[in-house]
Design a protein around this ligand. Structure first.
Ligand SMILES: [Zn+2]
Length: 92
């Protein structure tokens, strides 16, 4: 089972010790890091474990169908192409 974990991290120190701090004039959620006191807008990122990633990439190698993989795992095309690029670079 693929577990999607959405995490927010401070872009400066990487701490997860952050609190919501209103929104920017553009309507984006703003956060404040309790560790380094930095205010920032953080994009939520969906995290997959290394096992999930390996499984999805292996499935892609077998089927060679990006659309199929997207449908099965609900992964975004952007994320999948990023992984593929990385794994292809790592192959050589
Ligand atoms: Zn911080």
């Amino acid at each position: 089972m693929i577990q999607e974990t959405v995490t927010y991290r401070c872009t400066r120190c990487g701490s997860e010790n952050i609190v919501r701090n209103g929104t920017t004039p553009y309507g984006k959620q703003q956060y404040k890091c309790k560790d380094c006191s930095r205010y920032s807008v953080l994009e939520p990122s969906v995290k997959y474990s290394e096992e999930d990633k390996a499984q999805i990439l292996a499935a892609y190698q077998e089927r060679s169908s990006m659309r199929g993989i997207q449908r099965i795992y609900g992964i975004s095309r952007k994320t999948l192409s990023k992984w593929l690029k990385k794994s292809q670079q790592g192959a050589n």
